[in-house]
Design a protein around this ligand. Structure first.
Ligand SMILES: *[C@@H]1O[C@H](CO)[C@@H](O)[C@H](O)[C@H]1NC(C)=O
Length: 160
């Protein structure tokens, strides 16, 4: 009998939990609604529902992906262009680490400059190959990194 009494309240609690989870997801998705690369944005903010922690998560993912890209570049043989990419990935990582500091200090002007610098680092890797009319062997990875950096700039514009 006691169990029967409990049933309705269990389902109400469950319903409330589902509602809270779904509302959280809706907010996470809406943070990325106007991002240039929306699915990519959703995948890196890891369900965060406020712009500040979403951006923190997005930058952290981008730092680790930049490390991976540098390792990938190292497996594609020796070329001056790849050396440029590897240097630029290092530079991007340091700009992104600075961006995390800027975010913590809520220094939005510096955050914007440091994030833009990271974006430029990724774009430059590809430009180097375009200028020498060669195919970038890590072009797809590099483009993904550029898109992630654009999304970071977008997320930073949501912080007031
Ligand atoms: C980037 O961030 C670092 C660390 O906070 C800061 O010292 C530097 O001034 C920033 N760069 C620019 C150009 O604002």
């Amino acid at each position: 009998m006691a169990i029967n009494h409990c049933m309705p309240s269990f389902s109400l609690v469950f319903l409330a939990m589902v509602t809270i989870v779904l509302a959280g997801q809706a907010r996470a998705q809406s943070l990325c609604n106007k991002a240039d690369y929306q699915p990519l944005c959703v995948s890196v903010i890891k369900g965060k529902t406020d712009a500040h922690s979403a951006l923190e998560s997005a930058i952290t993912v981008l730092i680790s992906q930049s490390h991976r890209a540098k390792i990938a570049a190292g497996t594609k043989g020796d070329s001056q262009n790849l050396d440029v990419c590897k240097e630029n990935f290092d530079d991007a990582i340091s700009n992104l680490k600075n961006s995390l500091k800027n975010l913590k200090n809520r220094d939005m002007a510096s955050l914007n400059i440091n994030l833009s610098a990271a974006l430029t680092d990724f774009v430059t890797c590809d430009d180097t190959f375009v200028e020498s009319s060669e195919t970038n062997p890590i072009g797809k990875t590099d483009t993904l990194l550029s898109h992630m950096a654009s999304n970071c700039l977008y997320l930073s514009s949501l912080i007031h």
